[in-house]
Design a protein around this ligand. Structure first.
Ligand code: COA
Length: 168
């Protein structure tokens, strides 16, 4: 875990990593993290000392619940990595504590519980002495992969989202 108060070289290095590897794959265009002072970055390091997962968590105040879309499935053959909006959400804000700004796992290591373990760690370490419930964490504008993961992880399709561009 890299905290805002950690040595500058460490924070800088991980920010460059997030920008070059994670943001690139997620299709993010922004160059820096929105509020580094409120951001904790989690890296999943494999036994071979390789970074195979990354999660950027930030402090948030509110989020919105994804609305169920009965029977909604992605058309066959659609590229899951294309970042089209795969969900709709309520317009009523709900209080929330921790936002998952980015979550990424190296392709060949996916489907082995790495993202799950990273979110578990965030829930137990983001606020000292407190284990956050899945109703206190939200996902930033989830990709289709992110939506499938969050639905499984939170055990509901109505998980919380934040930080998206509204179409209204
Ligand atoms: N499709 C269906 N289910 C999925 C899924 C997917 N793409 N990704 C995860 N899940 C489910 C798993 O089946 C698993 O369920 P289980 O615990 O009942 O077996 C659960 O979610 C946890 O999965 P886990 O193995 O911890 O996820 P992961 O390590 O493969 O990482 C992502 C998931 C989304 C982080 C990874 O696919 C990724 O990095 N994608 C590209 C980046 C991205 O889109 N990030 C999301 C930004 S919001």
């Amino acid at each position: 875990m890299i905290l805002p108060d950690d040595p500058k070289y460490a924070v800088k290095k991980v920010q460059v990593y997030v920008r070059e590897i994670v943001d690139n794959e997620l299709g993010f265009k922004q160059v820096s993290l929105s509020c580094p002072a409120k951001t904790k970055i989690y890296l999943f390091v494999s036994n071979e000392k390789m970074i195979v997962g990354c999660l950027v968590a930030e402090s948030i105040k509110q989020a919105f619940r994804v609305l169920s879309e009965p029977g909604a499935v992605l058309p066959e053959g659609q590229d899951l990595l294309q970042h089209h909006r795969a969900w709709c959400c309520s317009t009523e804000p709900e209080p929330a504590v921790c936002g998952v700004s980015r979550i990424w796992v190296l392709g060949p290591r996916r489907g082995r519980g790495i993202a799950r373990r990273m979110v578990d760690v965030v829930r137990s370490t983001f606020i000292y002495g407190c284990y956050l419930s899945t109703n206190e964490i939200a996902f930033s504008d989830p990709t289709p992969h992110g939506k499938l993961f969050a639905t499984k992880y939170c055990q509901t399709p109505n998980f919380l989202v934040y930080n998206f561009i509204s179409n209204n």
